[in-house]
Design a protein around this ligand. Structure first.
Ligand SMILES: Cc1cc2nc3c(=O)[nH]c(=O)nc-3n(C[C@H](O)[C@H](O)[C@H](O)COP(=O)(O)O)c2cc1C
Length: 357
């Protein structure tokens, strides 16, 4: 593959990667394109200091982006070797994905590529229809394939218990003014390309209302009902709770979501009882152990949802190395912004990264 083909491929892969879900749609990632590898960095300037003080969800989001990249590379017939947290001294450097030519045939994971664009976070009521047991098995197997676990909450007792914890989580979060302020800053108009979308004219009002009023009671009651009536509730978790577990949880999460989508399912997140530390313990006890990372509700959507906005791909590719005329042309070709971005402040220097190879 010549340089031009590699540039095109790498850009394609990053375009798929950024379609991953991320908490508050912060899209907290930066990609650096090398000669046969793509490095993934955390963009901690997009961290949610109140909602996610340890950057756990930020790291999970980046893991989900990595999964998309792997799936897309496999679809193009490439083998991807992933190194997580390649350099202990550089915690922002989350992963290196090195591509090599495989048979040229799409790999097994590649079959999931078409669902990367079809997946949505679906926050509405699902159709009143049970998720069939075969689909549940596939979802569980998707998490296991990534070395993690997905535990469906099948008994009425655990479902009710989890739904109660969701409402408790809402109450705790909304009572915290700094949490509301942070949420309000991520309520944005679509043209911003990130955040939780509200119509442009309504954005200032929505932000003001969220900042000012504790709506925990109302939101909690609605989410509790959503949880109780969801066709399927499931907790995705890990054995430990370190950054590499969070990355792997993100990969597993995205695999579960894509496999679900392949089976016509969509999902949304009810993570409140995991985000609030005291409730996370209660959830852990409720489900019989392990480290809960994500609480999902899944079901069959009743209507098509528009996709959530994404930042321009030129804004998530580190420009330091990605700056040849050819690469800039490629970025512009997709009607995408080119070299606006300053180098990511906390990323290692390219020479350093190259040395480590
Ligand atoms: C780690 C993580 C945590 C999330 N937590 C929540 C949540 O608590 N509530 C929610 O409604 N959505 C949550 N989301 C979904 C994001 O808001 C969603 O991915 C984002 O708005 C982009 O939309 P999309 O998934 O439809 O592309 C979460 C996503 C991730 C990856």
């Amino acid at each position: 593959m010549n340089q031009r083909q590699w540039n095109e491929l790498a850009l394609c892969l990053v375009r798929k990667a950024v379609l991953a879900p991320s908490s508050h749609n912060t899209q907290p990632w930066v990609f650096r394109i090398g000669t046969s590898e793509i490095d993934l960095f955390a963009d901690r300037s997009r961290a949610l200091r109140v909602n996610d003080p340890e950057d756990r969800e930020l790291t999970i989001s980046c893991g989900a982006a990595l999964m998309n990249l792997r799936v897309a590379a496999s679809n193009y017939g490439f083998r991807v070797q992933v190194q997580l947290l390649p350099e202990e001294a550089e915690p922002d450097w989350l992963a290196r994905a090195t591509l090599s030519r495989d048979s040229g045939e799409p790999g097994a994971e590649g079959a999931l590529t078409e669902f990367v664009e079809k997946r949505r976070t679906y926050r509405k009521q699902f159709a009143v229809r049970e998720v069939d047991s075969e689909s549940v098995e596939h979802l569980v197997a998707a998490a296991v394939a990534e070395g993690q676990w997905l535990r469906p909450l099948l008994s009425e007792e655990t479902r009710q218990g989890a739904a109660r914890l969701v409402a408790e989580g809402d109450a705790a979060q909304w009572a915290d003014r700094s949490w509301r302020r942070e949420l309000a800053t991520w309520m944005r108009s679509r043209r911003r390309g990130d955040g939780l979308t509200v119509p442009a004219l309504a954005a200032p009002v929505a932000q003001l209302v969220i900042r000012t009023f504790d709506m925990g009671g109302r939101v909690g009651a609605k989410n509790r009902e959503l949880a109780e009536t969801s066709p399927l509730l499931a907790v995705l978790g890990t054995e430990r709770d370190d950054p590499d577990d969070w990355l792997k949880a993100g990969e597993a999460l995205q695999r579960v979501l894509l496999v679900g989508c392949q089976r016509n399912l969509q999902a949304s997140f009810l993570n409140q009882p995991i985000q609030v530390a005291s409730l996370r313990l209660k959830l852990q006890n409720l489900i019989g152990g392990g480290v809960p990372q994500i609480l999902l509700r899944l079901g069959y959507p009743v209507e098509e949802m528009p996709s959530a906005p994404r930042r321009q791909v030129g804004d998530v590719i580190e420009q330091e190395k990605w700056h040849t005329a050819e690469q800039a042309r490629l970025l512009r070709a997709g009607d995408l912004a080119a070299t606006r971005r300053a180098p990511h402040p906390r990323a290692p220097s390219p020479t350093g990264a190259q040395r480590r190879g």
